[in-house]
Write a protein that binds this ligand. Structure first.
Ligand SMILES: [Zn+2]
Length: 91
């Protein structure tokens, strides 16, 4: 499932992928950028660092790697993740 959270480091809001709510360590949620920064420590990131940052932050799941690209162009992508059947209930 996905929860909206805030990066403790830079304050950026992002959607985190979690197994279940009870597993959350919300006090140490870290966004992708900050995770990558802490991994590389100012060094140029290596290829594996991008994946690791995605996993550490929880911002990116396997099937959302593509969507993350869209995120760069649109802030609306998170809205697309909501259950489309919610709209049907309004009828
Ligand atoms: Zn951050």
């Amino acid at each position: 499932m996905q929860v909206e959270t805030k990066c403790w480091s830079c304050g950026k809001k992002f959607v985190k992928h979690v197994e279940e709510l009870s597993n959350r360590d919300s006090f140490q949620d870290t966004c992708y950028n900050c995770a990558l920064e802490s991994l590389t420590k100012g060094q140029p990131p290596e290829e594996g660092d991008f994946n690791t940052a995605g996993i550490v932050s929880g911002e990116m799941s396997d099937d959302e790697c593509g969507l993350l690209q869209e995120d760069l162009r649109s802030v609306d992508w998170a809205a697309c993740q909501t259950d489309p059947e919610d709209d049907l209930d309004d009828r």
